[in-house]
Design a protein around this ligand. Structure first.
Ligand code: ADP
Length: 402
């Protein structure tokens, strides 16, 4: 079964076509800077064909159209006809409290995604546009929505409520939602397979540009560091993570407008703001720290300290820990960050084998570590493709016409 996975951002369209018989990606295609200058398309098929070109595309529908034309192109394409695609799986960031599982997209689902625009103003509108564009471009292909928030819907009230009057939750839906759910689900599933344990207490550290950490008990998310928005929690590339909300009032008194503070906390803080070397890329910051830049060194220390704090608190939330898992750009690639996070955590039973860590082994803990420490690459697109197959199969089995 061929499944196209679509991830629409505010100015980019990322797609992967999968053959789900063997979960093989057939082609990746991304259009970047949609609606800006220098709009660029990069396509790479697993048969070796590559396209890299400037394109004249101003909206997501045109970007998706370009991608679909390439998929069936005689020279570089991987399929003969779009009809071969049996489903389109969409990444949708926010599903509010309505979705704890992937769903087939219909009018009701689209309305709920629209109702969540307020909660995810940067993400849900382009996700929604992508759905409408695909409906228009290929109306016969069923579409599935996979929500970033869905995995965290198992989090209970004591962990998702903030300490403000309850009516703000009831009237304005203010609560912890959590994000990166598809990644945390994929990685925790892989970990349970690797450890061959159904019942397990796992902490997943998703460390990329955005960073979040999730406590997973027996396959279910029980707490996560991102909150009402992705701003809460760990220090990130450009986001501040946890901070005293009174800082926002104080900044207002110092003359910053709310929009300026929003921009400051989301786009100018985190590693970028603390290291102050003009980059939020951890590789640059580690290099600067190595060369003696004190601010860069301190930014890394704050980054590590925050992760350790969450590992400690989630070990308490889980009442123990079987596995600590690192994933995403930093988690998968940076042995030094993994080493620094795990250093002096032997009181929690966490011990890392330096050689295994340097070699990026799947299991990097020592033989006598009571907690297994793992490096598990995330694959959100594959998870969305798997989910799409499951939704389509369920619907087929239940006798619905596709
Ligand atoms: P996104 O959240 O945008 O998907 P990624 O998961 O690709 O991001 O992670 C990007 C981050 O991973 C960047 O901060 C980058 O510096 C970091 N990264 C990638 N490779 C390495 C590495 N070898 N060492 C340190 N950091 C790395």
């Amino acid at each position: 079964m061929y499944i196209l996975v679509v991830n629409l951002g505010s100015s980019s369209a990322k797609t992967t076509l999968y053959d789900m018989e063997n979960e093989a990606p057939l082609a990746d295609c991304t259009v970047e800077r949609i609606g800006l200058d220098n709009t660029h398309l990069s396509y790479s098929a697993y048969n070796g064909q590559v396209v890299d070109e400037k394109v004249d595309v101003t909206c997501c529908k045109d970007a998706l159209k370009k991608i679909m034309v390439l998929l069936v192109d005689k020279a570089v394409g991987v399929i003969k006809d779009l009809k071969e695609i049996k489903g389109i799986g969409h990444r949708v960031v926010h599903g509010g409290e309505s979705f704890s599982n992937p769903v087939m997209i219909d009018e009701e689902v689209k309305n709920i995604i629209k109702n969540c625009f307020e909660l995810a103003p940067l993400h849900n509108p382009p996700n929604y546009e992508g759905i409408i564009a695909c409906e228009e471009l290929c109306p016969a292909i069923p579409q599935v929505a996979v929500f970033d928030t869905a995995f965290h819907q198992t989090i209970e009230k004591q962990a998702f409520l903030y300490g403000i009057p309850l009516r703000y939750y009831k009237n304005y839906s203010i609560r912890r939602y959590g994000f990166h759910g598809t990644s945390h689900r994929f990685v925790s599933l892989q970990t349970r397979k690797i450890l061959q344990r159904e019942n397990s207490k796992i902490i997943v550290c998703h460390l990329g540009n955005g960073c979040s950490i999730t406590a997973v008990k027996n396959g279910k998310s029980v707490d996560t560091s991102m909150g009402f928005t992705p701003l809460e929690g760990l220090l990130m590339g450009t986001r501040a993570g946890d901070l005293d909300p009174a800082i926002i009032f104080y900044l207002e008194r110092k003359g910053l407008s709310l929009n300026e503070t929003d921009n400051l906390l989301n786009k100018k803080s985190g590693l970028l703001g603390l290291a102050d070397i003009g980059s939020s890329d951890l590789r640059d910051i580690l290099k600067a720290a190595e060369e003696g830049n004190k601010n860069a060194e301190m930014a890394v220390k704050v980054f590590i300290h925050r992760i350790k704090k969450y590992i400690g608190s989630y070990t308490a939330v889980l009442n123990g820990l079987d596995a600590l898992v690192f994933t995403a750009g930093i988690g998968e690639n940076s042995a030094i960050i993994r080493e620094m996070v795990c250093r002096d955590l032997d009181a929690l039973g966490i011990k890392v084998d330096q050689e295994k860590n340097k070699n990026n082994n799947q299991i990097i803990s020592t033989e006598d570590s009571t907690v297994s420490v793992l490096v598990v690459p995330t694959d959100e697109a594959l998870m969305i493709a798997r989910d799409s197959v499951e939704v389509l199969n369920n619907i087929r089995e239940n006798g619905h016409k596709l």
